[in-house]
Every structure is written in C-alpha cells, then in structure tokens.
Design a binder for this molecule. Structure first.
Ligand code: ADP
Ligand code: MG
Length: 343
C-alpha cells in the first residue's frame, strides 16, 4: 500500500495512473482530514480532485481492518448518494481498493464549510431545505432497495464511532438515563429501515456559490433514519445555545429542516419518526457535553448546565415534536440571556 502523504510516492502514483500528465507537477494540498484518514487536494492545470485514504500508520490489526472497511463503505455510500442526489455530492472518480483510497471531484476553491457559516450567523434556509430534501430522497430510495441493504449491512463502524462514544459514554455519566439510552440504542440498531449517513452534519457540507457538496460517508449503514435527522438538527440546537441572540433563527431553521424532511418521507409514518427523532436528539444534545466528543464551541459551564437541563426536560416531559422542542429551547435561552434578578 502506498502512503499518499509521501509526496514523491504520490507524484509517481498520479503519473503512473495517468491522473496527471507526465510533464506536469500538480499542486498538492493537505486538507487535514480526521485522525484516521488523509485527505489531499490535487490540482493540475486542467482539473482538481481530492484523494481520501485510510491512515497508513502502523496500528493494531483490529483498528486496521476497521479503517480499511471504512474506505470501502465510504466510496460505496458516496456512489449511492450520487445515484440519488447527483447535484449534491462531489462526483465519484475512482476507487483503488489495493491502496485503500478513492478519488472524487474537488469542491471549488471558494467553498466554505456550512458549519462555519452557521456559527457566524449566516443562517440560510435554502441550504437547509436542500440538505433536508436530499436526506429524505436517499432515505426513501434505500428503504426500498435490497442491494443497499446488503452493501451497507455492517453496523460495526457506526457502533464504534457513534453509539459507543456518544450514547454509551453519556450513559456512564448519567446513570439515571442508562435504561432509556439502552432502549434508544437498541432501536437505532434494530430498526433497520434505510441507509443512514451517520455523520450528516454541517461540518460535512461544503457550500459553493451555486452548489452544495455533502461529504464524509464512512459511518454509513442500514439503520434507523431518526439518527440522521437528529444528528443534523442537534447542530442547530447547539448553535442556538452558543449564539443566544440568534437562537430564534437557529430554532426556526431546525423546525423548517425537520418539516421539509418529514414531509418528503414515504416509507414510514412521519409522526412516529418525528417522536423517535426527538428522543435521539435529546440524547445527542446531551452527548455533545458529556459524551466522548464534546462540541468544542460549548465552553461556558452555564451553557453546559443549560444543555443538560434541556435534554432532561425533553426526555422527562416526553416531547415528541420539533415545535415543542423549539418552544422549550426558545424560552430557556431567552431566560438565560435575561439579566438575573438575583444579581
Ligand atoms: N471533495 C472535496 N472537495 C473539497 N474539499 C474536500 C472534499 N472532500 C473533503 N474535503 C475537505 O477535507 C475535509 C475532511 O474531509 P472529510 O471527508 O470530512 O474527512 P473526515 O472523515 O476526516 O472528516 C473536509 O472538511 C473538507 O474541508
Ligand atoms: Mg468530515
């Protein structure tokens, strides 16, 4: 297996495969993928593309197999999305199984991470609606697709990267919620309805002038669709806590996103899916404070307390709609902004 972080090796690879003309030296930029993969941009005079490879570092064997499977799943899922929502993903270029890497079209240089736009207060409903509708289309398509069920049957990576660090870890910090969390985990794993992206977050959406690029499919699996909608809307809820003065806008974005998605769903009852999503959302919200991967922008202790209180309220009061969650959060965030009478 080649190591694409070794520039000499990479340049030879690109030329041997005729990906780059023999007489040209492309520009190579490290796009700083996560700990388990390399993401590199290759720019030639004619085109740009991105290579994503499982980390070629020495690991214990078990990790290694897991990483290798991830690349295979990721490119399979990118290709699935490309079939269903071709305008909303980078075009798939090729998969090199031997070298545990795949290539895709690069987003234009000016593309921005949707997460950064949201944090800066750029709250664009049309982006959210396109992202919600894409998710509904993929969920609808895969729910009726036996081939997808076979290709994405393995839930191991989802368990390793989502169920364990987010939900099970949170249960160890909140023993009173353990039974509830166990029940939700069981549902997320047992209710195998459709292709779940597993990392459907504003961090994995690039926004260019006239296009959106949904990325990062390594946690894709056949499971419960509520996970994706909860994972996405959790980011709007967290941003409402972070930027309280814009909370009504983030909460409206959450409601519109959910409404757009639920309106398009064909394979199950929308109100039941919404109620399931709210329970998952409450737990994921709490997990971004007390799970293994806390949101890096929630630093204030009062905000962490607020998130814990809201999660417990959503679960304890049995809220079942996004409108109820928005009302609860809006009141709590307004109160948190108001000058304290005790001061
Ligand atoms: N097709 C692409 N075009 C442009 N940038 C990309 C592309 N794919 C990934 N990137 C950049 O690389 C970063 C990491 O890629 P991603 O697939 O999300 O990997 P990770 O699994 O490490 O999060 C993205 O946040 C984005 O900035
Ligand atoms: Mg990513």
């Amino acid at each position: 297996m080649i190591d694409i972080t070794d520039e000499t090796v990479l340049r030879r690879y690109l030329k041997d495969r005729l990906l780059v003309p023999a007489d040209e030296e492309p520009r190579i930029v490290d796009l700083k993928g996560g700990v388990s993969c390399q993401v590199l941009l290759v720019e030639t005079r004619r085109e740009s593309f991105v290579l994503k490879q499982a980390c070629p570092k020495l690991r214990v064997q078990e990790d290694w197999f897991s990483d290798m499977t991830r690349v295979k799943i990721e490119q399979d899922a990118l290709r699935y999305y490309q079939k269903v929502v071709p305008d909303l993903v980078p075009h798939f270029l090729f998969y090199d199984e031997e070298n545990y890497l795949f290539a895709m079209e690069a987003a234009p240089a000016g593309a921005r991470m949707w997460k950064d736009l949201l944090l800066r207060g750029s709250i664009d409903f049309s982006i959210a609606l396109r992202i919600a509708s894409a998710l509904a289309k993929v969920h609808n398509a895969a729910a009726a697709d036996q081939d997808a069920w076979r290709t994405f049957a393995d839930q191991k990576i989802f368990i390793e990267l989502r169920i364990d660090p987010y939900l099970r870890r949170t249960a160890t910090r909140h023993p009173s919620l353990k039974k509830r969390i166990d029940r939700e985990v069981e549902r997320l794993l047992e209710n195998r309805q459709t292709l779940v992206h597993g990392d459907y977050s504003p961090k994995n959406v690039l926004v260019a002038d006239d296009r959106l690029f949904i990325l990062d499919f390594e946690v894709a699996h056949i499971g419960d669709p509520s996970f994706d909608l909860a994972f996405l809307t959790n980011h709007f809820l967290l941003k409402a806590v972070k930027n309280k003065e814009w909370a009504p806008a983030y909460l409206a974005l959450m409601q519109s996103t959910a409404r757009a998605y639920l309106k398009e769903i064909l394979f199950t009852q929308a109100d039941r899916l919404e109620a399931d999503t709210i329970r998952t959302l409450a737990l994921l919200f709490l997990a971004r404070v007390d799970g293994k991967s806390p949101a890096e922008y929630i630093t204030d202790d009062a905000d962490k307390g607020l998130i814990r209180t809201l999660s417990y309220q959503i679960l304890g009061d049995g809220l079942s709609t996004f409108d109820q969650v928005a009302t609860l959060a809006c009141d709590a965030l307004r109160a948190a902004r108001a000058p304290s009478h005790d001061a």
